[in-house]
Each structure stands twice: as C-alpha cells, then as structure tokens.
Write a protein of this length. Sequence first.
Length: 346
Amino acid sequence: MKKFKIMSSFIAIAMTLVLLVGCSGNTTSKENNGVEKTNGEVGSDSAYKDSLDKYGIVDNGDSITFVDSRNKEVTIKKNPTKVVCAYNSYLDLWYKLGGKVIGRVEESDEKPVLESKDATIVGTPGNPSAETIISLQPDLVILSNAFSTHVKLSTVLEESDVPVLCMEIDNKNDYMKLIRIYTALLEREDSYEKYATDIKSEIDNIISKVPQGEKPRVMLMMCTAKGTKIKDSNSINGEILKDLNAEIIGDNIVKGKGAVDFSMEVLLEENPDFIFVTEMGSDTEKIKRKRMEDLETSEVWSSLTAVKEGKYIILPKDLYTYKPNDRYLEAYEMIFQYLYPKVSEK
C-alpha cells in the first residue's frame, strides 16, 4: 500500500512537470520595451526597435522620445486618455489607430470625423484657443507646424506642462513617421504594419511599373477663390509625380518659393503634357468660377496639348488637397493611371 502511494505521488509530480513545461512553450510576455511576443520567437523585439530607430524614436517603457517637426526633442507618455487634436487630417488617423479625443477644432464638411462629434470644440484649425485647450487638462495635444499659430500655441502649452505632439506631413516619409509615433504611443504594432509597411510596399510596387524612358512634363497648379498658382514639387503631390518619373515644370519657374502666380503666357510657352489642378477652400463655386476665369475662358486654352488630349485634370480634394494618409496608395494609383494609361490597362 505504501509503495502504491509513493508511485502515485511520483506520477502526479511528473504530470505536473509535463504540464508546466507544455504551458511555458505557449506563454506570452511583454519584454524589451513592452512588445508582446511568444516565448522562443526570434526577431520580434529587434524588428520593433529597428522600426523605431528608422525614425529616431526611443521607447522608454512607459513613454517615447523623438524629434518633432519643430526640430525639438520631446517625450510623451504612452496611452494618453485626454487628447486634444487641433488638426483634422491627423484626427482621423488617431481614431483609426485606436485613439480617442476629448477636444478638436471645427471640421470641414468635406472631411468629417464622425467618431469625434461629441468632443469639445477648441477653435478653428488656424486659430485654436490655448485657454480652452488648457481648461480641458489634456495629457496630449496634437498640432501641425504647418500653421504658425500652432507653433506659437505649442510653446504656450508646454509652458503650462501640457505635452505636445507637433508634426507636419510633407511627404510619405513624414506620414510613415507619424504612424510610427502614433502606434508606439498607443501600443498598436498590428496597426503599424497595416497603415505603414504594407502601404509602402504597395507604393513601391506601383513605382516599379513606371515605363523606362518616359518622362511626362506636368504643370502642377493650385486654384483658390483668389487666384491660380503654379506649384513646384515640394509637396506631397509633387513627390508622387516625381516618384512616377514626371517632370514638374514648376521647379524651373517657382525656384524654391513653393508657388508663384499663374500666367497664361508661361503655360503656352511650356505647353505641358499634363495639367494637374488642386483646389483649396470651402467656397467651391467661387473657386470654380475663378479657375474658369483664369484658365478655361482664355482664347488660347483649347490650343494647349494637355487640353486637346484630355489631360487637363482637376484632382479630387480628399486625396490631393487634404493629406491622403492611409489612402496614400490610392493617390499613387490614380496619378499612375493618368500618366501611363497603357500600362494601367495591362
């Protein structure tokens, strides 16, 4: 009987050890900067660190440190819960990546973010109120240094110990960095792959299809209710066109100024293969009338090559006036189809 009890105890201990060993092979742990990984998995932490290093971001465990678009080093705690976003093009991304806000600026009818409808309005995109923002006691305020008012506001907020994320998207690398910052703050590694690496891979695939030897000449213009300007390539749209091997005529005209007033004489002299126009402003009828006045009612307009061949194109605002963000791939695809229709049909 005693031997039986000893044997039973030995079997029970052995079974317990087997179960413990078996379970340990499937457990997950958060090691090295809080990245969740399966024990025995190789490369998860290094891939995470590499993606941070690419954009100069340091994970401190409960916070991240990086250099923002003001060229200032900032440290922001992860998983902020009382966020104010003063730029709608960054607001939609924040929600898509799992964030929420308690405050926002007035939104455009053309680009609403329905999830934020109950958030407190803190002013307009160009003039957010420091007093209203501070009254909400936020643990993060998202700004864009495309606005001089935002840069001034960032100083006021930081003097009041309010953390600030001030970024600007001028190209796809800026977009990828913002996604990396957002996903690190919100601890959403799954979203980084979906909204950054996968999109970049698809964009690279489109670029690889550009026909060798072709270099379409493009006049890129912007029309507002006040007038029409010739743009250079220093913008998101300019980068897309250059990536797709287009020659931006404005680079030789604008000469580092970003944009200059349009003249029909220059357009006639250059006679581009394509004319791409973006429109900016809320009064769409006024903008349309001004565009027609500046361009389409001219006696020589119909003699332009781009017009005769149906290559005068008004680009949609949601992709080319506002930031394309997670629709970057669509923005590349549309321009590629315009520039190289024969390749697109294959």
